[in-house]
Design a protein around this ligand. Structure first.
Ligand SMILES: Cc1cc2nc3c(=O)[nH]c(=O)nc-3n(C[C@H](O)[C@H](O)[C@H](O)COP(=O)(O)O)c2cc1C
Length: 343
């Protein structure tokens, strides 16, 4: 679930998309943990919003359910048991709150109301794999395992507040990109190899890769070169004039052609595209910290990002940004409680 105010106090109505980046970041951790424990996990994004909100006793003017995850593989019950309503008391986050009604309006406009609507969108899971262009720059083989165990990686992960500008290796970047894009077990995707979002890169400092703008093709694990050059200044500007964008080794911009996505899923598609970007971004965080470097999620200037990557990105929308690089503080050294790092 998400409480609007936790994001709207800072980002106002634009916070709506943050709900999906943030929950995607958390889901990346959950899916990785389930995978490590061998527990089948499946992300459920098509559900009757009001029913789930009621089940959780949410005050849906303030807090709404975003996604469900099914864990394990038990047979479904023949009849769903009746669940009594609950009414927990909660403490207010702030003494006063500002309402940004647009967030609630887009949530209502992308909610599923009738069981038939849920069945219909479930049947529309995303379709045809992409046609990969012919001449790609091939990337190094990704590392099969990172240096750290998953539990330690999740505890150490955080958002790098300042990058040093130092390079990472092509193999480190390739490892992050490869493992972050191996598919998501979700009801809106037909299977691995299907995706809604595209990954555009500004390479600032990656050893062995010419600085420039690229499109990453997960299907072929290769880069399509868009233009060469030092774009550090533009990268910082595009990331809402934050030095994180210019000091990172590589800036990953998630874009999508929302037209066909909205056609397929209705307004729900807007949530899904942002969510997929958030999950891939979250996996990039894990891969970065697992390999001993840093990452951060970022906001950006929407139209300028699309213009920078055009004509390739024409007609697409910018959704989210994740940056990878070396922290000025070196490898994060947070104390890891041993009982959490061990079984
Ligand atoms: C999805 C996402 C988007 C973010 N956007 C920004 C941003 O635009 N600027 C920034 O300085 N930090 C950004 N951050 C970093 C957050 O401020 C930071 O994550 C937050 O303080 C929570 O801490 P943690 O990620 O270290 O656990 C973002 C982080 C995430 C996960």
């Amino acid at each position: 679930t998400a409480i609007y105010w936790r994001n709207t106090w800072k980002y106002q109505a634009r916070a709506y998309r943050h709900l999906f980046w943030d929950s995607g970041t958390m889901l990346a951790n959950l899916l990785a943990t389930a995978g490590a424990l061998g527990i089948p996990a499946r992300l459920v994004t098509f559900f009757l919003d009001a029913r789930v909100n009621r089940l959780l006793a949410l005050d849906s003017d303030k807090e709404v359910s975003l996604e469900l995850v099914s864990l394990g593989s038990a047979a479904p019950p023949a009849v769903a048991p009746a669940v009594e309503p609950i009414s927990p008391r909660s403490l207010p986050l702030s003494s006063t709150e500002v309402d940004y009604p647009l967030a609630g309006e887009i949530h209502a406009a992308s909610s599923l109301v009738e069981p038939d609507e849920v069945r219909a969108v479930r049947a529309s899971a995303m379709g045809a794999p992409r046609a990969v262009p012919g001449s790609l720059l091939s990337l190094p083989e990704p590392l099969p395992v990172s240096g750290k165990p998953l539990g330690e990686t999740i505890i150490r992960r955080g958002s790098t507040r300042q990058f040093s500008g130092q390079p990472i290796s092509a193999r480190a970047m390739a490892t992050a990109l490869f493992h972050a894009t191996r598919g998501i077990p979700a009801d809106f995707l037909q299977g691995p190899g299907h995706r809604l979002v595209d990954l555009y890169l500004i390479v600032n400092a990656v050893d062995g890769i010419e600085p420039g703008a690229y499109c990453y093709w997960p299907e072929a694990h290769g880069l399509e070169r868009l233009k060469g050059g030092d774009f550090r200044g533009q990268a910082g500007f595009l990331c809402l004039e934050q030095a994180l964008g210019s000091d990172a080794s590589v800036v990953i911009f998630f874009l999508a052609d929302l037209g066909p996505i909205l056609e397929r899923f209705g307004n729900r598609g807007y949530r899904l595209a942002n969510l997929e970007a958030g999950i891939i971004g979250g996996k990039c965080y894990l891969s970065a910290y697992g390999q001993g470097f840093g990452a951060s999620g970022l906001t950006f200037y929407d139209g300028d990002v699309v213009r920078f990557f055009s004509p390739h990105a024409e007609a697409k929308d910018a959704l989210f940004v994740t940056v990878l690089g070396r922290s000025v503080r070196g490898t994060p050294s947070i104390e890891v409680p041993l009982q959490l790092a061990k079984k």
